[in-house]
Design a protein around this ligand. Structure first.
Ligand code: GLU
Length: 424
């Protein structure tokens, strides 16, 4: 029997620290009481489980799994499940809090949560992953629920895993409960538009910001880090709106072509090559690090947290950063970026399109009806535009960055709701 040690908690550039620094700053500007500070800061529930899974070779392996419910003040908690070797409690706590602020920024009636398992799905068979998802679901039967806590995909998970989760939960309840999870395959009550929703929202946020900066999309260039569910759709949709995407990347490295990358060809290439861009032709090979400092107008970090730090922030040349990933910029890099006059559309606003369409999926499951793609796109575009305007207005009012403004909008909403209802 072997035990996969969860990654050690990093003391430097920890995402929880980064989240808390911005939270503290926004709270001090809002003048919130100390009591309210702790109500908003301390997670409601933190669950850690050991998950024994039989591997294909007959051995038993124990994985460590987490679910952190940060808040249920605005409604049932919502947030994805991450399968990655680096998952640890601090990371999940930061990601759970970000979900609370994200849902509040886009004005959907959800609190925030996040889950994760320290594992490497790339090295596991479909059967091993299925057994892990089912074990995790059974361990979380008292946490999950369509009116309590609603998971979704995140890094390393997708519709396939959500289907297993729904099935295992339904088995325990003795009936099909499709509203317990979002990001499901279409045939199981998934929503049209959910797969591309985060990338689509990133694109609307980028276009809204470009409009404020008077950057013409047809003359603008972009570099996009990460070619997963967020980065690849953001690249495709930005390209569709006229932006020349000159660099993309994934774990195999970066690919640069000053004349623009053919994004459709890159997606086809990735799908035909076991999900990686390794060997993608017609582009110069660069590193993920080099991609960040390219002379482009728009930079979209859409891979993972803490990629823009004090060590490389000074070398960024983009005029605009649109955060497709959660927490790609560490708090210590914020000042350098602000001093350079770079505008940042922060994660909790820029990547909120995903959870917005998750909300639409849940609404459709509850009313037992399917909306058209056109209706979903119209509603999510409107939600993103309204959220952008709210955050932009707060940044003008408080004379702060869009990041701190997004926290102000979110914290103000959750604190006001708490004042009316109290907390059970
Ligand atoms: N994991 C995604 C996020 O970080 C989606 C969460 C959801 O749809 O609930 O926003």
């Amino acid at each position: 029997m072997s035990y996969l040690e969860p990654a050690p908690i990093k003391d430097k550039e920890n995402p929880l620290e980064s989240m808390m620094q911005r939270f503290d700053k926004a709270v001090s500007l809002l003048g919130i009481s100390e009591e309210m500070y702790y109500i908003l800061k301390v997670p409601r529930q933190q669950v850690i489980v050991g998950l024994p899974v039989t591997m294909d070779n007959g051995s038993l392996r124990v994985f460590e799994g987490y679910r952190v419910v940060h808040s249920n003040i605005l409604g049932p908690s919502k947030g994805g499940i991450r399968f990655d070797p680096g998952v640890n409690l601090d990371e999940v706590r930061a990601l759970a809090a970000w979900m609370t602020w994200k849902c509040a920024v886009v004005d959907i009636p959800y609190g925030g949560a996040k889950g994760g398992v320290a594992c490497n799905p790339r090295e596991m068979s479909a059967g091993e992953i299925e057994r892990l998802v089912r074990a995790y679901t059974v361990s979380m039967l008292d946490v999950f629920g369509p009116d309590r806590d609603i998971p979704a995909p995140d890094m390393g998970t997708g519709p396939r895993e959500m289907a297993w989760l729904m099935d295992e939960y339904s088995k325990a309840k003795g009936m099909t409960v499709n509203g317990v999870v979002t990001g499901k395959p279409l045939v199981l009550g998934g929503s049209l538009g959910r797969t591309e929703a985060t990338g689509r929202g990133v694109t609307s946020a980028a276009l809204a910001a470009m409009d404020k900066l008077r950057l013409n999309p047809y003359r603008a260039t972009a570099a996009i880090q990460g070619f997963g569910n967020v980065g690849s759709y953001a690249a495709a949709l930005m390209h569709e709106r006229g932006v020349s995407v000159v660099a993309i990347s994934d774990i195999s490295g970066g690919y640069h072509n000053a004349n623009g990358i053919d994004i459709e060809a890159a997606m086809k290439y990735r799908n035909a090559h076991e999900g990686t861009l390794e060997g993608f032709p017609n582009a110069e090979k660069i590193t993920n690090e080099e991609l960040l400092s390219l002379p482009v107008d728009v930079l979209v970090p859409a891979a993972k947290e803490d990629v823009i730090t004090v060590d490389n922030a000074a070398s960024i040349q983009a005029k605009l950063i649109v955060e497709g990933a959660n927490g790609p910029t560490s708090a210590s890099a914020d000042d350098i970026i602000n001093q350079k006059g770079i505008v940042v559309v922060p994660d909790i606003l820029a990547n909120a399109g995903g959870v917005t369409v998750s909300y639409f999926e849940w609404v459709q499951n509850r009313i037992g009806y399917k909306w058209t793609l056109d209706r979903i796109n119209r509603r999510s575009d409107r939600a993103m535009k309204d959220a952008f305007d709210r955050v932009y207005a707060a940044s003008q009012q408080y004379k702060v960055s869009m990041r701190i403004a997004a926290y102000i909008v979110a914290i103000r909403k959750v604190a006001e709701t708490y004042k009316f209802r109290g907390g059970y």
